[in-house]
Design a protein around this ligand. Structure first.
Ligand code: HEM
Length: 203
């Protein structure tokens, strides 16, 4: 049980952090906005408390946008119907294995303007959240089997990205355009090439 929790919680969280940093390094304007927000809110003492992290709307929009474009669990976890279910115009028979393609839904132009663009602004000024109520955005699933680790994951990812942005200057060893944006499909969807960047602590 604890090993299962460890597996479910580690790769998914670290992968999301890595994709968030990738998108920030690829989009310097967005990075600057996050840094501005983080520096103003955290202040000079460098203590990144949970209470302060809650006051970073732009950072949270960046994390949501990262989770929209780079879902760690693209097909969620397989589910099975216990009874026959009528879903819209479809009838799903009892004992059917159901895979939900949350990856595809999160890039569907019927629900998202310019879906392939990394645009955190789309999450500002609205209530769209990953708590399973907005079906166009379900990186943690929805309903009874929704990820129980979502609140923890949210805190860990926010804390790590805030710390990385607040404490370090980042340099890529190559041009931005050369960042490999491909992913590979294993147990979870991971970056095909690990992100390589140098972290230089602020003086
Ligand atoms: C960014 C990080 C994470 C993502 C994207 C993620 C995503 C998901 C998804 C999509 C599911 C399947 C939900 C469904 O099929 O409806 C799931 C299930 C699960 N997750 Fe997470 N997860 C993350 C972090 C964590 C953490 C930190 C933990 C625990 C410490 C955790 C524990 C679990 C467990 C135990 C399940 C199975 C729940 C069940 O079947 O009832 N996850 N997660």
């Amino acid at each position: 049980m604890s090993y299962g929790l460890f597996l479910a919680g580690t790769e998914t969280s670290s992968n999301t952090i890595e994709w968030a940093m990738t998108e920030l390094l690829l989009n310097p304007d967005i990075f600057s906005k996050v840094r501005e927000e983080v520096s103003t809110t955290i202040g000079q003492d460098g203590k990144i408390h949970e209470a302060k992290i809650l006051k970073l709307p732009y950072l949270h929009a960046v994390i949501k946008e990262t989770m929209r474009l780079h879902l760690s669990v693209p097909l969620l976890v397989p589910h099975k119907t216990e009874t026959e279910v009528k879903l819209g115009q479809y009838v799903v028979p009892k004992d059917t294995q159901v895979l939900v393609n949350a990856w595809s839904i999160a890039r569907d132009p019927r629900y998202w303007d310019n879906p392939l663009k990394f645009n955190p602004e789309r999450f500002l000024g609205n209530e769209i959240d990953y708590k399973g109520k907005h079906f166009e955005f379900i990186p943690f699933g929805s309903g009874r089997r929704i990820c129980p680790g979502a609140p923890l994951a949210h805190r860990v990812v926010s804390l790590m990205v805030t710390s990385f942005v607040y404490h370090f200057e980042w340099k890529l060893p190559h041009d931005r355009e050369e960042i490999d944006m491909n992913d590979i499909f294993g147990l979870t969807l991971l970056r095909a090439t690990p992100l390589l960047a140098t972290a230089i602590p602020f003086k």
